[in-house]
Design a protein around this ligand. Structure first.
Ligand code: SF4
Length: 326
């Protein structure tokens, strides 16, 4: 099959748009979608300058999504002194998994010549995820512990590195799955908080008003969220990027797995489903964020670590105390 834009052979067909694309046009289209998202989410403020550059910290796991995001941003802003990129990788202490993805991350950041910080659960919390799974004092999934620890590190290090934005490599499938999960749980307040976690579809100025942006949090963004997972994987392959593709041995989000399968089927029968879910969800989340804006609970400091929390102790310190008591 021929590319719809030139006489070269097509390497992919996007059923949702009907387009067949060759390697060159496909890669250019992925890059264009990321750059358009950066522009539409107003990630680069007008007043950024050589004297006052923006620092963007990218959560780099070494998987295909964060590797592709880092590569495209580094390429886009290579000659732009208004942007400084810093990669932040986290080692959870999962044997046979994270070492290889960190090798991939290092290879990429060396090649791109960008600053790379590596943080471990062991140094930060004196725990390893393999032991946490073994002890499991709260009878929860591995990801429930891991997510709390990871969020703590990302927020804390983003602030320590003086980040203006914290960028993560969530793709279209990740976002559509999360949207559907939140919707099926029927919790509109959670949907409004979901919107809080990203710069979302609103412009920066409006977003900071409607979401009551708080000083404690570095704003987050997901510039890869318009690109389907399979296209991210194909881009990594075609560009020969050092992405690590093994799945974590502790991955066990059963509900997400069901939603993922459902979305595969829906997308196959009705191409464009993921895009329409996200278009509606972003509007809904924006409206919910406005509705709940005055409703933000006052945050105190955790008595143990000083992190923002609604109680006396933050969730991370609660989990660490439970693990210590085992
Ligand atoms: Fe952590 Fe779960 Fe991701 Fe494994 S799959 S790294 S346990 S969040």
């Amino acid at each position: 099959m021929e590319c719809d834009k030139c006489p070269s052979e097509a390497v992919m067909h996007a059923a949702y748009s009907g387009l067949h694309m060759c390697e060159e046009h496909f890669c250019a289209s992925v890059e264009k979608r990321v750059r358009r998202r950066v522009r539409e989410d107003n990630l680069l403020p007008d007043d950024a300058s050589i004297d006052d550059p923006e620092t963007w910290v990218i959560g780099l796991s070494g998987g295909k999504d964060s590797v592709v995001l880092t590569e495209i941003l580094a390429d886009t802003f290579a000659e732009d002194p208004r942007i400084e990129l810093i990669a932040l990788s986290i080692h959870e202490g999962i044997e046979g998994y994270r070492d290889e993805s960190l090798d991939a991350s290092k290879e990429l950041t060396d090649e791109l010549e960008i600053q790379h910080e590596i943080v471990t659960y062991e140094d930060e919390f004196d725990v390893q995820m393999d032991d946490v799974v073994e002890d499991d004092p709260e009878n929860m999934s591995a990801c429930a512990y891991c997510g709390v620890f990871r969020r703590d590190i990302l927020s804390r290090y983003a602030a320590e590195l003086d980040a203006d934005k914290l960028l993560t490599g969530h793709n279209l499938d990740d976002e559509a799955e999360t949207a559907l999960m939140n919707f099926l749980e029927g919790d509109i307040r959670k949907i409004s908080q979901q919107f809080d976690a990203s710069l979302g579809p609103f412009d920066g100025a409006e977003a900071s008003q409607t979401r009551g942006e708080r000083e404690e949090f570095v704003p987050r963004a997901k510039p890869l969220r318009d690109v389907p997972e399979k296209e991210v994987a194909l881009y990594a392959h075609l560009r020969n990027l050092p992405a690590h593709i093994t799945e974590c041995p502790h991955a066990e989000e059963a509900f997400r797995g069901e939603i993922q399968q459902l979305l595969y089927k829906l997308e196959e029968k009705h191409p464009g489903t993921r895009h329409s879910i996200m278009a509606g969800y972003e509007q809904l989340a924006g409206l919910a964020a406005t509705e709940y804006d005055d409703d933000n609970p006052d945050l105190d400091e955790c008595e143990n670590c000083g992190s923002p929390t609604t109680g006396e102790q933050c969730r991370k310190c609660g989990l660490l105390a439970a693990l210590e008591a085992v």
